[in-house]
Design a protein around this ligand. Structure first.
Ligand SMILES: O=C(O)c1cc(C(=O)O)c2c(n1)C(=O)C(=O)c1cc(C(=O)O)[nH]c1-2
Length: 238
């Protein structure tokens, strides 16, 4: 059988964008969040579990950097680490997430100690970090492209918090506000790397599978949270 023609750059990007239909924005837990249906414990559970994702993102990014021989890429990629971990002039995204946790009634220590992190969330996040550790760095870059779809999710939370969760204290939205612009910049760079690296049709289809893997990471995290905080299915701990 003749090899299929590669998609043009525009078609390829359209195929990647099309995967947004499976983004965690559409998960029942996220829908409950933006419709104001989470009680304080459920919302805190989400913030604490998502913090595990946030704290692992710079570790994932450090693996991308470690795997690329390209100085120009490292120069651009290091910005992601500094934006999450902070530097002398900026406390960083992880710190902003902790502030959101505190505004929701969690303590810094319980976030850092991972006391609420569910096993399913941990396995999913660790799978993402390990993917970046083991795969070619361009594949790890491609897997970060779920951020194509993140601004809508951030905006929905910016709208939902003051409307539905007035019990939340000040400063809860700084993280999402800052990601609105950061995510767009990161995605522009990620797309450049991806269209450059995945060139044949087979490679382009591999890119779609990688993006699906990452969508599954995010979706699985929320499955675990839904089971625990909404359906209240709990493993007996003996
Ligand atoms: O709140 C969200 O829905 C959401 C989703 C994602 C994502 O799609 O992976 C990221 C973020 N937030 C985020 O804040 C962030 O810094 C981030 C980095 C990455 C990545 O894969 O490198 N994804 C995401």
């Amino acid at each position: 059988m003749a090899e299929q023609q590669p998609w043009s750059e525009e078609e390829f990007i359209e195929q990647l964008r099309h995967k947004g239909g499976g983004y965690h924005f559409h998960h029942p837990f996220e829908v409950m969040l933006r419709e104001g249906k989470l009680d304080p414990d459920q919302l805190r559970g989400w913030v604490a579990n998502r913090f595990y994702y946030q704290k692992c993102i710079p570790i994932k990014d450090a693996n991308v950097m470690a795997n690329t021989p390209d100085r120009a890429v490292r120069r651009e990629w290091i910005i992601r680490i500094l934006e999450q971990d902070g530097h002398e002039d900026y406390a960083g995204g992880n710190e902003a997430w902790i502030c959101m946790g505190e505004a929701c009634g969690l303590t810094r220590q319980e976030l850092l100690d991972e006391v609420h992190v569910l096993p399913g969330v941990r396995f999913a996040v660790d799978a993402y970090v390990n993917f970046a550790r083991r795969q070619p760095w361009q594949e790890a870059v491609c897997s970060s492209l779920t951020e194509l779809f993140a601004p809508d999710a951030h905006q929905a939370r910016i709208d939902a918090f003051p409307k539905h969760y007035q019990w939340i204290g000040e400063g809860a939205l700084d993280y999402f506000q800052s990601r609105l612009t950061q995510a767009r910049r990161d995605v522009d760079h990620g797309l450049r790397v991806t269209v450059e690296y995945f060139r044949t049709r087979e490679q382009q289809e591999r890119a779609l599978n990688i993006l699906q893997f990452k969508l599954d990471v995010l979706w699985t995290m929320l499955d675990a949270m839904y089971l625990h905080y909404v359906l209240k299915e709990r493993q007996p701990r003996v």
